[in-house]
Design a protein around this ligand. Structure first.
Ligand code: CA
Length: 389
């Protein structure tokens, strides 16, 4: 079997309302799907992390840099292709967009491998530890409104996400340290005392402000404090982890085994959040997972994007060994964005209906059992939203 074509499909649409996090407001939804075709008619799908114009730039890397190198290869030689592509690009970027682009291609090659074997990716990896995965729902995004409006809205939204059936919830912060503490207190009021909530700063704080907010989160019993400071600032991660009781989470902006090795050795993470659509695809994710577990660091995947990314993560979460083991291990969670996302909810010929599953099945989502990543995008839907690079 040979690879005959590698195509990026960048989908874009206006969102019903503008949303924000600590770094920016955004009003367009983007998804970057990668399609790998073969001479035997088997087609694989993958996804690259990266919104907006980043997706369009990554399309150039997929089609103009990686594709010429991949053409003619057996798609089952995915690790050979990975290393050839990485070696070609490493002089031009060992993190960021080259790895995001490679991720989508690698995931598509795993999808092909599963389809050829007639097995879901979880089986190819080594088997499913669980047939379904508990999901946490994030929301509580920033808007252009005053602090009091944020506080009232966050309290209501936290209660609503809990009522939808999710096992935990996650909020954004980013108004400034003092106001952010008010937001976190509102979320605690919204969910009550016996429910986990997490706080995502998207690296919006100085180390001092992260300590200020982190101490308040200890008092409020938040489960984790995500990306408190810049991802490059390993020293501050280490200081925060040593000085705060709340779990420090991060890693969505880290790439490859080499980046993760340095991050883990700095001992700044209680919970690792690798992003398979960015760090180098499934091949590299499995190496990063092994590194995390070799440091005894639990993993809760970062999940963002379309139904292809969600399905890919369900395969990985199914195949993740419990850490630590035991009678009642804390299971990995599926991260789920509760804000409107048609590229996730309407992309598939047979939708995953995550929200419906969560409501019906005690917050749990079934792992797709069809071969490969287990889902097929609707081509008519892709044509409707595809933009040219
Ligand atoms: Ca995050």
């Amino acid at each position: 079997m040979k690879i005959t074509k590698v195509t990026s499909h960048v989908l874009q649409c206006d969102m019903p309302e503008e949303l924000g996090y600590s770094q920016q407001y955004y009003s367009k939804r983007t998804a970057h799907l990668v399609e790998v075709e073969t001479d035997e008619g088997v087609t694989g799908w993958g996804e690259c992390f990266g919104p907006g114009n980043v997706a369009l730039a990554n399309k150039g890397i997929v089609e103009k840099v990686i594709q010429p190198m991949a053409l003619g290869h057996d798609p089952l030689d995915r690790d050979v292709i990975w290393h050839k592509a990485y070696n070609l690009m490493r002089d031009h970027g060992q993190k960021g967009m080259p790895l995001q682009a490679l991720s989508g291609v690698d995931i598509a090659l795993w999808d092909i491998a599963g389809k050829v074997a007639g097995l879901p990716v979880s089986k190819l990896i080594g088997g499913a530890f669980r047939e379904s995965v508990p999901a946490y729902g994030y929301g509580m995004m920033l808007k252009r409104e005053d602090v009091a409006s944020h506080v009232a809205r966050f309290e209501d939204e936290a209660a609503r996400i809990k009522a939808m059936g999710f096992v935990a919830t996650k909020m954004k912060v980013g108004l400034g340290a003092r106001d952010d503490v008010k937001l976190a207190a509102a979320v605690r009021r919204g969910v009550g005392d016996d429910f986990d909530f997490m706080v995502d700063a998207n690296h919006g704080y100085t180390t001092a402000d992260a300590f200020y907010v982190g101490r308040a989160l200890e008092e409020l019993g938040a489960y984790w404090f995500e990306e408190p400071v810049a991802p490059e600032d390993h020293a501050s991660y280490r200081e925060l982890r040593a000085g705060l009781k709340v779990n420090i989470a991060g890693g969505e902006a880290e790439f490859s085994r080499w980046g993760w090795k340095a991050l883990l050795e700095s001992r700044g993470l209680d919970i690792a959040q690798p992003e398979v659509c960015a760090l180098g695809g499934i091949s590299e994710y499995l190496r990063v997972l092994a590194l995390c577990h070799s440091h005894f660091t639990p993993v809760v995947n970062h999940v963002w994007g379309s139904a292809v990314a969600v399905a890919t993560n369900l395969q990985l979460l199914a195949a993740m060994p419990p850490l630590p083991g035991g009678l009642f291990p804390r299971e990995p969670w599926l991260e789920f964005d509760t804000t409107e996302n048609r590229f996730r909810d309407e992309l598939l010929e047979e939708p995953l209906d995550i929200q419906g599953q969560v409501a019906r099945n005690g917050g749990r989502v079934a792992v797709p059992m069809a071969p490969g990543i287990g889902v097929e995008p609707d081509r008519a839907f892709i044509r409707r939203f595809e933009v040219e690079g």
